[in-house]
Design a protein around this ligand. Structure first.
Ligand SMILES: C[S@@+](CC[C@H](N)C(=O)[O-])C[C@H]1O[C@@H](n2cnc3c(N)ncnc32)[C@H](O)[C@@H]1O
Length: 217
């Protein structure tokens, strides 16, 4: 029932913006635990967002402001189409890898793509920066792995993870979960490290918390 409700909510949000074929793909692949906003990914790919409203570009602008568009970047949980990774790879002098078991497209020039899962199919220690946009239930494992390897990271939180955890540990609210994730991010904080909690401007339509850890030299 919860699955049908959230599928209906998603389809209502974009009513009239998909073809019959796209509708079939969404309905057949809809997984409410880790639902990907595939329409937003494709709209961004086709430049159908006004540039100042594209949430992926908004996140990239944010990462740039934090000095995180550098070296080898790993994006975990790229979704069906790795638009964030592809747009990041447009930046000069960086190398981007995207990983997700749901990747449909696996060969895009300028990008390395892994159709697989963290942590089994990738090693954080091989990268300079870890990025994830709404990675659902792997949010805390990704943060813990980045802390262990002393890598800077930036994770935009989603609202799915608390509902997944709800099944196991009530009472959980989104606020409670966000606080829990922030506490995790502060674990073993080094003297030269800094945590910031930010949000994209409302215009991007993704105003969830972003937890970012950076290091000063
Ligand atoms: C809410 S979607 C976000 C997709 C994309 N980042 C976006 O913002 O449009 C969460 C994604 O995390 C992926 N994911 C879940 N567990 C994963 C794992 N262990 N390794 C890699 N990706 C994972 C899911 O397949 C899903 O595509």
């Amino acid at each position: 029932m919860q699955k049908i409700d959230s599928l209906e909510e998603y389809l209502d949000m974009y009513s009239g913006q998909y073809t019959e074929e796209a509708l079939n793909f969404i309905v057949n692949n809809f997984d409410y635990n880790t639902s990907v906003d595939i329409i937003a990914q494709i709209r961004s790919k086709l430049d159908l967002f006004r540039p100042e409203k594209d949430p992926f570009q908004g996140f990239i602008n944010y990462l740039r402001s934090k000095g995180l568009l550098k070296g080898k970047i790993l994006e975990i949980g790229s979704g069906y189409y790795p638009i964030l990774a592809e747009r990041m790879a447009d930046e000069q002098g960086i190398e981007v890898t995207g990983i997700d078991p749901k990747l449909v497209e696996t060969e895009i020039p300028k990008l390395k793509l892994i159709k697989g899962s963290f942590p089994e199919d990738v090693r954080i220690k091989d990268f300079d920066v870890v990025v994830a946009m709404m990675p659902c239930e792997i949010t805390i494992p990704v943060i813990n792995a980045a802390i262990e390897e002393r890598k800077p990271f930036s994770i935009m939180l989603c609202q799915c993870a608390p509902s997944i955890e709800l099944k196991y540990a009530a009472p959980y609210s989104i606020d409670f979960w966000v606080d829990k994730v922030i506490l995790e991010a502060y674990k073993n904080l080094e003297p030269n490290a800094n945590i910031s909690i930010d949000r994209l401007p409302h215009i991007y339509g993704r105003s969830n918390e972003i937890i970012t850890k950076t290091y000063s030299k």
